[in-house]
Ligand binder design. Structure first.
Ligand code: SF4
Length: 266
């Protein structure tokens, strides 16, 4: 069994506690308008033309995006970083794309690396079946769970799918006893109006259990824009500007009324 992965990030500090190795898995059932990993959306291998410049000269070469890894191959990568991971109370994170789209590989790999003593995290859009989530709960120490919009129609408009299944899975995980960190992308003009913020704060407060360890507010940014050009994907959010630092501080204050630790950024 192999998993199809488009990026491996060693020494990551934004994908869970401590220093982590993050594996970005290819394929996502959502297509968020603001996605900063558009190369992770298609489950297929893609080829891009990379341009390197030396002085005034440009060199082009083709590059395949996506590579197959076995669970043992993942373990080998982790073994090389073991000292850093252990000393920093870090571990391994599966992100994407949507890791649960490659469920069999994810399940097998989480099991093996958990048996080898690593802290495991899954960064998920929440869109999969309840059965699949329940099957990985025993091998996942932490879920990084995205909440993008609570209105079903708006969720569909901005991400391509409705949010019912996602909210059902959130309720399963928040009752599971595993740690959860919620991630809210703050997208000006899309999910930051007063009504939605109020609904979101209420939802987080009402569903809260001791599992909910942190809420991260992720400010919209345009860092992924160059990837859209490289992958020849139209970027639909050219008019949207990142929220200001003051606005993010305001939101941090606003969500701190949930009684949960709030962080700006991952
Ligand atoms: S869920 Fe994440 S990876 Fe998938 S499209 Fe949305 S932002 Fe991109």
């Amino acid at each position: 069994m192999e998993g199809f992965i488009f990026s491996v990030k060693r020494y990551s500090i934004n994908d869970g506690p401590g220093i982590r190795v993050a594996f970005f898995m290819k394929g996502c059932p959502l297509s968020c308008m603001w996605c900063h990993n558009p190369e992770g959306i298609s489950p297929l291998k893609e080829t891009v033309i990379q341009t390197n410049r030396i002085g005034t000269r440009e060199f082009h070469h083709r590059e395949d995006v996506g590579k197959y890894y076995s669970a043992e191959g993942i373990l080998e990568i982790l073994e090389k970083e073991k000292v850093f991971l252990n000393q920093s109370n870090g571990g391994v994170t599966f992100s994407g794309g949507e890791p649960l789209l490659q469920f069999d590989f994810l399940h097998e790999t989480l099991k093996i690396i958990k048996e080898n003593g690593y802290h495991t995290a899954v960064d998920t859009s929440g869109y999969s079946t309840a059965e699949k989530f329940k099957a990985i709960i025993p091998y996942t120490d932490l879920f990084l769970f995205d909440l993008k919009h609570l209105d079903e129609d708006k969720h569909k408009e901005f991400t391509g799918i409705p949010n019912g299944v996602i909210l059902d899975n959130y309720r399963i995980l928040i009752e599971s006893g595993r740690d959860i960190m919620v991630r809210i992308p703050v997208i000006p003009g899309y999910n930051d109006d007063p009504d939605h913020l109020k609904r979101l704060r209420q939802f987080l407060t009402e569903t809260k259990t001791i599992s909910l360890k942190k809420i991260s507010l992720l400010p919209y940014h345009k860092i992924g824009l160059s990837k859209y050009k490289r992958f020849n994907i139209p970027y639909r959010m050219k008019q949207t500007e990142p929220p200001s630092k003051e606005r993010m501080k305001e939101l941090k204050e606003y969500f701190s009324e949930t009684g949960v630790k709030i962080k700006i950024g991952g």
